[in-house]
Design a protein around this ligand. Structure first.
Ligand code: FAD
Length: 390
């Protein structure tokens, strides 16, 4: 039941139909594969199962939601994308990729600002062959303009990279990475480089974290790159990172809503079925409050996300507004999943249920793409002025 079905910023009938198609695909194809993986205690759907499902998704026209049509994707704008990504994230292993990669790996939007050769060499195979990629801004952490220490020095006509990037997810499976490195001082001294993987001088170490999907540490020791590895112009890295973060923050927000909405639906069903002391849980006001509060919070978060995504589509979303959406959606989703676990009791924390997977993924979602405190900081800057906030 949704009091707000069809209201707020909607992306139109075509996207509603696409969402239905995605929902049906998740139910018929992904959930059965996933329940087998959950029973076997795996951290994702095995690659051998993902491959054939990718072929089916492609045949159904559900491939690379956000990539422009001229490169073989669906070309969804920011508003349409948050609708579809929410729907594609209503299953346990939807992080980092909705559908566990079954719907492809949208190449990073910033590759579109690369040269024609870079787009042919990296963007097209991501769509055509489903190759994976990674993107390393950190160890810059919350303050990349100051904290990026990986260096790129000119060497002949090319570059040599040295440093360490903790937290570069997927560097162990990616065919290429976009790595941000310092080419000079300050914010204008950061540049982005495309690196073929694996690469001489570049080592990757797996770093397990509390969510199912691990991340990695990348160490660069005299990694020699040709001149055309530079993405955009020298010193444009910070601008590219911002362009990437705006879209990826909306994506993380939509994924969070998908997980939380699925958790709330499970808890609502369970509350109607499970009886204690002669009555269903749904008859207890304390349980109703948990469900109602989550429903209200998720509805507000969704309306906010869609309003901000519409602005992003029109090129007028401020950084603070994107921060508001990411903050509100991930915090509301975490709290809703926590409540859904509570309503389920012991079964809520079983590894065979998606709930505890969502709980761990959402704990991480409150940190990645900027921790909640950083988003409050960005909002404070818009509210109070940068000079007042610092
Ligand atoms: C599983 C996982 C996957 C990741 N994948 C990637 C990836 O693929 N690519 C990539 O580039 N990065 C990735 N990251 C890194 C992630 O984006 C950073 O961890 C995140 O931006 C926070 O940076 P930090 O960990 O250095 O925290 P710090 O910047 O050290 O901050 C630590 C804490 O201090 C507080 N804080 C910091 N600054 C302020 C402030 N100004 N005001 C108030 N409080 C503040 C916050 O509570 C914050 O959580 C990943 C991280 C994880 C955990």
């Amino acid at each position: 039941m949704s009091l707000f079905a069809g209201e707020g910023e909607t992306a139109g009938e075509e996207i509603a139909a696409l969402c239905e198609l995605v929902a049906t695909f998740v139910t018929r194809e992904i959930l059965p594969a996933e329940s087998d993986a959950l029973r076997r205690g795996l951290p994702e759907i095995p690659r051998a199962v993902v491959g054939p499902l990718q072929a089916k998704a492609r045949a159904a026209g559900l491939w690379c939601f956000e990539t422009p049509e001229e490169y073989g994707g669906l070309g969804l704008d920011a508003l349409a994308a948050v609708h579809v990504i929410e729907e594609a994230s209503k299953h346990a292993f939807c992080v980092p990729d909705p559908g566990n990669g079954v719907f492809g790996y949208d190449p990073p939007n910033i590759l579109l600002s690369g040269s024609a050769q870079q787009r042919d060499r990296y963007l097209r195979p991501s769509v055509d062959e489903g190759v994976q990629w990674c993107l390393g801004i950190s160890s810059g952490g919350s303050d990349p303009a100051r904290a990026i220490r990986t260096r790129a020095d000119r060497s002949g006509s090319g570059w040599v990279l040295n440093g360490r990037k903790l937290w570069t997810s997927r560097a162990d499976v990616a065919a290429y990475g976009i790595l941000f490195a310092r080419t000079g001082p300050g914010r204008d001294g950061i540049s982005a480089f495309i690196v073929d993987l694996p690469h001489p001088g570049l080592a990757v170490r797996t770093v397990p974290v509390i969510r199912d999907h691990h991340t990695t540490e990348v160490t660069l020791d005299d990694v020699a790159l040709p001149a055309d590895a530079l993405l955009g112009n020298e010193g444009e890295g910070f601008k590219l990172a911002q362009a990437w973060l705006n879209r990826s923050r909306l994506r993380v927000a939509a994924q969070a809503l998908g997980m939380a909405q699925a958790a709330l639906s499970m808890a609502t069903r369970y509350a109607g079925q499970r009886e204690t002391f002669g009555k269903p849980l749904a008859a207890r006001q304390s349980v109703q409050n948990l469900l109602v509060d989550a429903h209200v919070e998720l509805t507000c978060a969704r309306l906010l996300l869609r309003a901000v995504a519409a602005r992003e589509r029109d090129g007028r979303a401020s950084q603070g507004s994107v921060s508001m959406a990411k903050l509100r959606c991930t915090e509301a989703a975490f709290s809703a999943v926590d409540g859904a676990i509570q309503v389920h009791g012991a079964i809520g924390v079983s590894r065979e249920m998606p709930l505890e997977h969502w709980f761990r993924a959402l704990r991480v979602a409150r940190i990645i793409e900027g921790p909640s405190e950083i988003h409050r900081f960005a909002i404070a800057r818009e509210l109070l002025g940068a000079s007042a906030v610092g």
